[in-house]
Design a protein around this ligand. Structure first.
Ligand code: SIN
Length: 496
């Protein structure tokens, strides 16, 4: 009898989308050395993927550099936009297959996986439009008979390193603007979830993007992947992942002073004031805490609830959490998939154990009750205090720790007492407080009375040690461009 994932892979409409090949210099390559990818709900082997070495990265970078020049010089923004629109259409036409592959390698539910593929495509569609609106400016010159203007040019080859929690959207949020700007890309997909990236690259080629403008180098070899930060032909590195790895890449990139975008760790505060609409607050918490089983950089990590609302909020939250159902992502009834690996499960357990040993109470969950797969029960803790590990570290799992607070000043001090500054959320019906708190939270993105802040049109990125650079939005394209000024002087010379 075939296994769970074999059955689902057999159901793919376009079976060629599931491939473990690298894509280098316009060729699909199956390498002798391969690494294993696991299916996290059963921990069984999903497949094997080509393991690229340093030479592969160097070949890919050189080929991407050659391709970039002719790609940019021979296309207009309108033409690049049309190619991206075709890629967007193909992704949406294949949404069921891509979502199945994504769910198998990442574990997220089919509903979430389809949502992610649509979200991923929305970045391609967005930057297809932005490609046609890459304006320069004309600047009044202080010198007579002179015109001063700016043009935007592609930075060149971009190194793209992405995480496993959004195997599709983190690729397109970077590759979309890069290709729109006229850059080429060398992608190192996450070694836990490389299949989705490979499927997307196949569709990009089918859409007509010149093959060598996209190179995909899966690898487990960190030294080889570091070439994307070191090689002088790479002009920009965009990374989403941990703050620790981001800092190391920044150190490596300094040798060639390449442009960097770093979207790093978060430790998002989620604040519920006494005057909040509690049903909305619970809905927001369920979305931004338990989406992707708590494995997003913008997940609520610390839930601060004002004393007067705490009891009612916890009761409603516990009830909502009890309605979640864990299971393999592709099972119809599943609402919570597994975590990515054993280490992820261990981290949640450590945070729960630490909090409980210091006096927190488990309201629901608190253990890994499923015997197979990388699962941890969705958990709510009450009585959490600042001395516990959850207040300082990102859990990256389905744990909602509830702290109580008394005043606005106190909660702002607690919320900002972290080296991270990616996202923050709060719930209040008071408009003056809403403006005040939104300004005072030291984060790159604020959700007021909502847990949903991610969209192609919204600038995504953090402050402090959560990194720098904005993705998506009207700012996303310029991260992949250089601004050149052109001064045309002495226009009076030669006049009749
Ligand atoms: C992330 O976790 O890095 C991305 C989350 C999002 O785009 O909403």
């Amino acid at each position: 009898m075939s296994s769970y994932h074999e059955q689902h892979l057999q159901s793919l409409r376009n079976k060629s989308l599931f491939s473990g090949d690298a894509f280098i210099d316009g060729q699909w390559i199956s390498k002798e050395k391969q690494f294993v990818v696991y299916e996290p709900s059963s921990t069984s082997i999903l497949g094997k993927v080509s393991d690229c070495d340093l030479e592969d990265f160097q070949t890919a970078i050189k080929s991407a550099d050659q391709a970039q020049h002719s790609y940019y010089e021979n296309t207009t923004g309108t033409q690049r936009g049309a190619l991206l629109r075709r890629w967007n259409d193909l992704i949406l036409e294949n949404i069921d297959d891509i979502a199945t592959i994504l769910s198998l390698e990442n574990g997220k539910t089919l509903g979430e996986a389809k949502g992610e593929v649509a979200y991923a495509a929305s970045f391609i569609a967005w930057f297809a439009e932005e490609a046609t609106r890459s304006y320069g400016v004309t600047i009044p010159s202080s010198t007579p008979h002179t015109t001063l203007m700016t043009v935007r040019e592609p930075v060149g080859v971009c190194g793209i390193i992405t995480p496993w929690n959004f195997p599709a959207a983190m690729i397109t949020r970077k590759v979309g603007p890069a290709l729109a700007a006229g850059c080429s890309v060398v992608i190192k997909p996450p070694s836990e979830t490389p299949y989705t990236c490979i499927a997307l690259a196949k569709l990009a080629v089918k859409a007509g993007l010149p093959p060598a403008t996209i190179q995909v180098c899966p690898t487990k070899d960190r030294q080889a992947a570091a070439e994307l930060a070191k090689n002088p032909l790479v002009k920009k590195l965009s990374f989403t992942g941990s703050t620790g790895v981001g800092k190391k890449l920044a150190e490596l990139a300094v040798g060639t002073l390449k442009k960097l975008s770093l979207e790093l760790g978060g430790n998002a505060p989620f604040i519920v004031f006494d005057d909040a609409n509690l049903d909305l607050a619970v809905e927001g918490a369920m979305f931004c805490k338990f989406r992707c089983s708590g494995q997003t950089c913008v997940c609520a990590n610390r839930l601060y609830v004002q004393k007067g609302a705490a009891k009612a909020f916890v009761e409603k939250l516990v009830k909502a959490v009890q309605s979640l159902k864990m299971g393999p992502g592709l099972d119809q009834s599943t609402t919570q998939g597994p975590l990515v690996n054993k280490a992820a499960v261990q981290k949640v357990k450590e945070h729960v154990d630490d909090a409980v040993s210091k006096g927190a109470k488990v309201e629901v969950g608190g253990k890994a009750s499923m015997t197979s797969g990388f699962f941890f029960d969705p958990t709510v803790l009450s009585g959490v205090t600042p001395g516990m590990a959850v207040s300082k570290e990102e859990t990256f799992g389905p744990l909602a720790p509830v702290f109580e607070f008394e005043t606005e000043d106190e909660v702002l001090r607690l919320a900002n007492d972290t080296e991270f500054g990616l996202a923050g959320y709060f719930f209040s019906q008071d408009i003056a407080r809403a403006m005040r708190v939104a300004h005072k939270l030291q984060v790159g993105m604020v959700g007021v009375n909502t847990g949903k802040i991610s969209a192609a049109e919204a600038p995504f990125g953090g402050v402090k040690e959560s990194g720098y650079g904005k993705e998506g939005s009207l700012y996303g394209l310029e991260e992949y461009q250089n601004i050149k000024s052109i001064t045309i002087g002495n226009q009076n010379v030669g006049a009749e």
